[in-house]
Ligand binder design. Sequence first.
Ligand SMILES: Cc1ncc(COP(=O)(O)O)c(C=O)c1O
Length: 394
Amino acid sequence: MEPTVQNQAVMATYNRFPLTIIKGRGSYVWDEQGNQFLDYTAGIATCNLGHVPDYVQERLQHQLDTLWHCSNLYHIPPQDKLATLLIEQSCADQVFFCNSGAEANEAAIKLARKYGKEAKGEDAYTIVTFTQSFHGRTLATLSATGQAKIQQGFEPLVQGFQCLPYNNTEALATIDPTKTCAILLEVVQGEGGVVPADPAWLDGIRSLCQKENILLMIDEVQTGMGRTGSLFGYQQYGIQPDVFTLAKGLGSGFPIGAVLAKAHVAACFQAGSHGSTFGGNPLATTAGLATLEYMLAHTIPEQAKTLGEYFVTKLAALQETYAVIDTIRAAGLLMGIVIKDSDTALQIVTKARNNKLLVLLAGPQVVRILPPLTTTKAEIDQAVTILDTCFSQL
Ligand SMILES: Cc1ncc(COP(=O)(O)O)c(C=O)c1O
């Protein structure tokens, strides 16, 4: 394979793999030399309907011919339709649109602070977050993120976050309800290593929030849009958040983010409280609307659940064979192979790419697998065969 070098005109913020992707279709992408790869990264849980899905493409094409952009000072029909469909399908009552996961969480943080001040008092601005979480790269969202490596060099951090150990019920006792406006968490930590929330811990948090008038805010940027086997990850826990955020899979690769909230919380945002030039623009919300319609019509989240279960049985067989595999973690098609040592995880990612399978790392020890939710059992078999080869070559 040709090594691809970093273009010096682009800031070196990413450790790029030596691969240039120029075309995608369904579960596959192609490089400049015409090599075909099975893409089980899906743009990091973004191309949930595969690359260039026909239905979304047709709808976007029509919108491209009609209107690209229009300010939020005017009504935008696809934005209204997408908001209506999202609230029909969730526990939320209102939606604010933005352009990315970080922006969605940033807006949720602002909303929580405003809610705290209005509902509880000036000092109720603390937001509780958790170790190994990931909420984005803006100053407030990296301050919310429970990983020192994301924060280093950007101090002073935004004040008003308390970071507690994830899945630890005892630690919740340190929360001061008079100073806390919200608890922000992922139901499955994606970047943190594919770690699902313990249902009992989450139940405890829901009860605490209810009792103390603290908002439960769920970051569904990675877990949302069918990824974990339900449209939104929280739906499998039998709880309802007061606020949740979406991005990644919402636009099938077209940039879009959203904050969804219960009416009494959303009411804290009034004209002038928050805004975005591009947020909810006609192209982005057309992509979002087409994506969501297709997902619902074709029961894509259910498919992710079934395919995820199938994939896990195959990965469990690999685990039996290779002692280097510690555990398999999975929620729908958000999957991680936990490796006993960190160098090996990177080796597997590299070997897989050399064998035409794209997978990722989540932290140093987890090989993260994020297939498009439209993948097939035959493609899963293909991926497992390649992974088998990679482990056998260690
Ligand atoms: C859970 C979670 N929240 C927020 C983000 C940030 O999203 P974006 O990169 O679109 O800003 C990510 C990105 O990986 C994520 O996984």
